[in-house]
Write a protein that binds this ligand. Structure first.
Ligand code: NAP
Length: 292
């Protein structure tokens, strides 16, 4: 079965729009999300534009703060402090990557944890590991939503995660091992230093792939009935599309889909869920559900 992330993402956005209408009719303050965009990286422009558009669609207030690529670390820290102090703002994100001359960790740690709707601050990561109320990072949160809404059984299953980045693989391994539903898996976290990866992937009931190598996972690496969550997105050249490019996941889709019980396509699987998760976190922030 194909896991339709686009559909679920739209459903979540509809649910959020209903909540915003309730807030409006009760005369409450609209949830307000801001994004800081430093420089003019093409992909970041696209992501931020999509986030602003999604805010408008569900009825949130949104603010885009643009800063030039020459912005110093000090200037960005000042902007972060300004947004921390802005009482009208419920949450905000600093769109990554930021220019190399700025220390990313320093910036993330300067964001007020209660406004860190990307869930990247060490305090929120720690709260996630301790199973305390927090903002889950958007992509892992989206994957948890997909597993939940498709009622995919995870308890007692063996979940193998490929990739240990701070934004996808590592939080996924924590979430799938927690005593929650979805969760309660036995988790194996694989990375580039894992010898004989196939030995592990063949044992996976649920395989979460986030390494950024197009069509890396092939049918001979998975068992019959596996649940596949393909996080990878790589733009490759194609003579079959008008643009000359297409998006490819980390999984060789057709042959692996033939063996899988569930699979996320690329595009239209995990990708669209990221924005829905950010909106969910912003709604939580506006309701002071995490920090109160
Ligand atoms: P990343 O930071 O580059 O991390 C990649 C991870 O994969 C690293 O832990 C690396 O191991 C591991 N790895 C690399 N080659 C490997 C191999 N041959 N065998 C086993 N492990 C290997 O990537 P990321 O940010 O997590 O992103 C991964 C992919 O997901 C990318 O395609 C990205 O575009 C996509 N992505 C999609 C979304 C979405 O919304 N759908 C969101 C975020 C990312 P080491 O740690 O040992 O180097």
């Amino acid at each position: 079965m194909i896991i339709d992330g686009k559909l679920i993402s739209l459903q979540i956005q509809d649910e959020i729009a209903i909540e915003v209408n309730k807030i409006k009719s009760n005369g409450g303050k609209l949830p307000h999300l801001a994004a800081i965009l430093v420089g003019n990286d093409g992909a970041s422009e696209t992501y931020v534009a999509a986030k602003v558009k999604a805010c408008e669609k569900v009825g949130f207030k949104s603010t885009l703060v643009r800063m030039p690529s020459t912005t110093t670390e000090q200037e960005l820290l000042e902007k972060v402090n300004e947004l921390n102090a802005d009482a009208d703002l419920d949450g905000y994100i600093v769109q990554l990557p930021i220019p190399k001359h700025i220390n990313e960790h320093k910036i993330i740690e300067a964001i007020a944890p209660e406004k860190d709707v990307d869930g990247f601050h060490a305090q929120n990561v720690g709260r996630m590991a301790l199973n305390l109320p927090t903002y889950l990072p958007a992509t892992p949160y989206g994957i948890m939503q997909l597993l939940e809404r498709y009622k995919i059984e995870t308890v007692g299953k063996h979940c193998v995660v490929i990739g240990r980045s701070h934004i996808v693989g590592s939080p996924m391994s924590i979430l799938m091992a927690r005593n929650t539903n979805p969760g309660n898996c036995t988790v194996t976290l694989c990375h580039s230093r894992t010898p004989d990866l196939k030995e592990f992937t063949l044992k996976a009931d649920i395989l979460i792939v986030a390494l950024g190598k197009p069509e890396f996972v092939t049918a001979d690496m998975v068992k019959e009935g596996v649940v596949i969550i393909d996080v990878g997105i790589t733009r490759v050249t194609s003579d079959k599309t008008k643009t000359g490019f297409k998006l490819v996941g980390d999984v060789k889709y057709d042959e692996v889909a033939a063996k899988a019980s569930y699979i996320t396509p690329v595009p239209g699987g995990v990708g669209p869920m990221t924005i829905a998760s950010l909106l969910k976190n912003t709604l939580k922030a506006s309701r002071r559900e995490v920090y109160f």
